[in-house]
Write a protein that binds this ligand. Sequence first.
Ligand code: COA
Ligand code: AMP
Length: 635
Amino acid sequence: MASRYHKVYESWQNDPEGFWASAAENIDWVKPADKIFDPDAGVYGHWFAGATCNTCYNCLDRHVAGGRAGQLALIHDSPITGTQKKFTYAELLEDVAAFAAVLQDLGVTRGDRVIVYMPMIPEAAIAMLACARIGAIHSVVFGGFAANELATRIDDAAPKAILSASCGIEPGRVIAYKPLLDKAIELSTAKPQACVIYQREQALASMIEGRDHDWAALLDAAKADGKRAECVTVAATDPLYILYTSGTTGEPKGVVRDNGGHMVALYWSMKNLYGVEPGEVYWAASDVGWVVGHSYIVYAPLLHGNTSILFEGKPVGTPDAGVFWRIISEHKVAAMFTAPTAFRAIKQIDPKGEFIEKYDLSNFRTLFLAGERADPDTLLWAEKHLKVPVIDHWWQTETGWCIAGNPVGLGALPVKHGSPCVPMPGYEIHILDDNNRQVEAGKIGAISLKLPLPPSCMPTLWNADARFREAYLEEFPGYYKTADAGYLDAEGYVYVMSRTDDIINVAGHRLSTGAMEEVVAAHPDVAECAVVGIADQIKGQIPAGFIVLSAGVNRPTEEIESEVIALVREKIGPVAAFKLVMAVPRLPKTRSGKILRGTMRCIADGEDYKTPATIDDPVILDEIAQVLEGRGYPG
Ligand code: COA
Ligand code: AMP
């Protein structure tokens, strides 16, 4: 089928407001918008100004009323615990409405923040939807972050309540969440009034009298009393959630997502980009702590009337490298979305794709990859063995949905390996040089998005309009700075090559090396340090720490290196995957004192580099290469 993409994109270009007004007809509004786009509201404008709505209503109530009550809404498939739990739309609505009443009883009202620090259990989705139902703003914090990171988010969001579980389960170990939560609350100044803890049998949490409540006890009581929160009407421009993401400094940025634009863009994406029909099974193998989990485990599939899978496991080892295919086959998944790192992990264990042969994948139509650059090897392997289109698409926490992709629902465009394809309606991609001028096709520059951003993209940072302007809008006036570098080819395909800041992507997880440097530098024996992202076969990138010890330190170097590793794990969390630290005599710098991190990365990755003309002492590069060689780099 010829793709309708160009026609649809052109229709958006000709009439952006008309395009989104028509997309908005798929959403049930309490009151429709006065203005589809109000350029004078907020920092760069607001979508669906004057409209009122409720996101939970659109995810659940309207489907129950409209004939999907008995259809599965959510399947929790947890190979790590050996359990499965299924919820129809009616059952999910029942739990969400009752839990929303629990939150109201705890004093949570419209506009209050609620932090959700949970593993991949259905209660995480229930928590998010219950907040949406009563107009509270959730902020989900990924379970792999340490107490310190959680505390930073508590202080910024100042939540009235925190929802958590007694533990998360990783292969071979149970992680007690409650001690981390207690420590985070102790470290923070903005103390929540209440915590609701879901007790899992693998590790029971001890509760603090007066503050902590048992999830199941409150939910059961609310149900027994027939309590059920009705949907609270909010403005389309009110925040649905805040999601903290790594920024260019150690302080995470609170990305705000509004209610109205988010629903419109996500709904549009399900059919047009992912090519699924309501009623089909959609699976995003991510975590609710990341934006992919927010958009494509919880909100988009439910808005669109699909069945969503919440997967608690790993692509390998739970129990084997066939778990993805077992799930696709057993639940009849039509489209799957994950990060390339998951496929690299599978490919390493099952290079011939033998596990794939064991399962009936006849319902499976498309694999979507995002979160990091999809290397052609991985794409080719997946295409060859799965025998379905493998679609790379590019997006960011800040946008909440795809910036550039291959819109399968509109008719797929030819795939070019190495490119996540073309901009979605709403996005005008320009490649700019340092003087804010567009560069010609094929030339690398700063990938920038012409303002205004489309619906679902963040309107601002939580309580930080000035930081939002400074971080994203000031460098290239009239544009949003993606902080990705790349190019457009002559056919308008975009190529995303690298970040222009200190962000690295480790196993699809977005991390700041600057934040890691802050922690490493705090070790008393470290005089100075640099953390750079170096290539890793499975995780794409991993952080490598280079430390220069303070004068007079005469303890064994290995001891200090281990302490530094432990410090990052304690302060940022295991998700940082910070396991490589090397003491070096000196760090390479320019004469003005700028550490040459890029050159160090090239040495570690075995890439060609030019010794910068401004280098202070080129011999230091040889010293670095020698230390890296001792650790097996380049590999
Ligand atoms: N709670 C607590 N700890 C967690 C955690 C969580 N929710 N998630 C990860 N961790 C821990 C891991 O156990 C690991 O700890 P370790 O250092 O003791 O081994 C550490 O954080 C690093 O995790 P990760 O980088 O994910 O490595 P991994 O070896 O556990 O798994 C992959 C590697 C590739 C299998 C896994 O990252 C994956 O499946 N990724 C693809 C899907 C995805 O999540 N994408 C994100 C955005 S789409
Ligand atoms: P996150 O906010 O965690 O989604 O990470 C966003 C960043 O991940 C982007 O700015 C890119 O650097 C990278 N990224 C995401 N998807 C892709 C992709 N398909 N190709 C290349 N890089 C990607």
